[in-house]
Design a protein around this ligand. Structure first.
Ligand code: FES
Ligand SMILES: [Fe+2]
Length: 377
């Protein structure tokens, strides 16, 4: 069978190259917005340098396959979707969209002994949540060589991440932007407290002159860390407004968890605002921020929030474009205490997770208890 012809050395080399890209496998990543996947359309996406084809069966279930026909490698996205089967445009092999299993090879004669059902197109677990199509990038589905049925059995995997909401009446909106950066730079940019007053200087947020010393307590949580519930920066106008309206203190909790998720929950009396940003690796030199926010603040219309949100993201994006220019020349970089300590924790979490997966030993957490960090911003 063709899938057997691939040399082991070739496969080993491919996984070695992929290992170097610094991606974390066996996690859910958002691949597309739910609204993009409709009708009989096949939509392409890329996650962790794996080309994907996404679609929706006639029953409404989303699926994700490797965008490569196991016969000769042509992207399956050039083919067509017929209810629940994807047909390759080259020789018409047909694959069940949800399992990747081959269901028909039109060229086979009555004499052929080939077991069609043993052929699989690469496919990945896929779920819809919060308006995104999430794909579980399993390390088993990582190489194109892994098309054998044995590696395709469903694994025990957790559900895709869900945004925390309080009650069922709220507004929700999504924003995204691409960064020409490796995932690690995208993430440490996301958790960096010291760039705010410089990159996000705006009349509506804060001024450079408002920089002051802060002390924030952090605590370990599984696969990440939490900025313990606290009253947010008094120099940010939106928080001041919220406090004025409810007459109650505002508390903010910010979490970071591997592989790429930052969540923030702000609460004041019955009012709440919940957001999640994920930085998803597309290729080693490209990542994408997907931002979703939900709130029940009656005074905050979606259009206004989006206008401000876009300005923020644009400011980060412009900075990352400029940084990418500098990083082309492989400069030496620094992480300083305490403002860059979250970035150090991120790198340690990532390294310790990889190590624990390698050895099977429990993961060592870089924080052994609560710790207070101090910086000026
Ligand atoms: S390449 Fe897809 S059927 Fe031949
Ligand atoms: Fe920023």
């Amino acid at each position: 069978m063709r899938t057997m012809m691939r040399l082991d050395a070739e496969a080993a080399q491919e996984s070695a190259t992929q290992a170097d890209a610094g991606f974390l496998w066996d996690f859910w990543y958002p691949a597309a917005r739910s609204s993009e996947i409709r009708g009989q359309k096949l939509v392409t996406a890329m996650l962790l340098e794996v080309p994907l084809v996404l679609g929706r069966t006639s029953e409404g279930k989303v699926f994700a396959m490797r965008d490569s026909c196991p016969h000769r490698g042509i992207p399956l996205s050039y083919g067509r979707l017929d209810g629940k089967v994807v047909e390759c445009c080259y020789h018409g092999w047909r694959f069940d969209a949800c399992s990747g299993q081959c269901v028909e090879i039109p060229s086979l004669s009555s004499q052929d002994k080939l077991k069609v059902e043993r052929i699989f197109a690469g496919h990945f677990p896929c779920e819809e949540r919060d308006g995104y199509v999430w794909v579980y990038m399993s390390s088993r589905g990582r190489t194109a060589a892994d098309n054998s049925p044995g590696t395709k059995l469903p694994e025990m995997i957790p559900g895709a991440p869900a945004l925390t909401v309080f009650g069922d009446k709220y507004k929700i909106t999504h924003l995204s932007c691409e960064l020409p950066s490796h995932i690690d730079h995208g993430i440490i940019g996301l958790m960096d407290p010291a760039h705010g007053p410089f990159v996000h200087q705006s009349w509506f947020w804060r001024k450079r002159g408002s920089i002051h010393e802060k002390a924030k307590q952090f605590e370990p949580i599984p696969n990440g860390f939490r900025m313990s519930p606290h009253s947010p920066s008094t120099n940010s106008a939106p928080y001041q407004l919220l406090k004025k309206i409810t007459g109650e203190p505002v508390t903010t909790t910010i979490d970071f968890v591997l592989p790429n998720i930052r969540t923030e929950i702000d609460q004041s009396g019955k009012m709440w605002f919940s957001s999640r940003a994920t930085v998803t690796p597309v290729r080693r030199d490209l990542c994408r921020i997907d931002f979703v926010a939900a709130w029940n603040l009656f005074f905050l219309p979606v259009a206004i929030f989006r206008a401000f949100g876009k300005i923020f993201l644009r400011q980060d994006q412009e900075t990352m474009i400029q940084q990418a220019e500098g990083l082309k020349h492989n400069p030496r970089l620094m992480l300083i205490d305490d403002a860059d300590r979250p970035a150090k924790w991120y790198f340690a979490l990532k390294a310790n997770l990889i190590e624990s997966r390698r050895t099977g030993a429990p993961m060592v957490h870089p924080l052994d208890g609560p710790v207070t960090l101090r910086w000026r911003s």
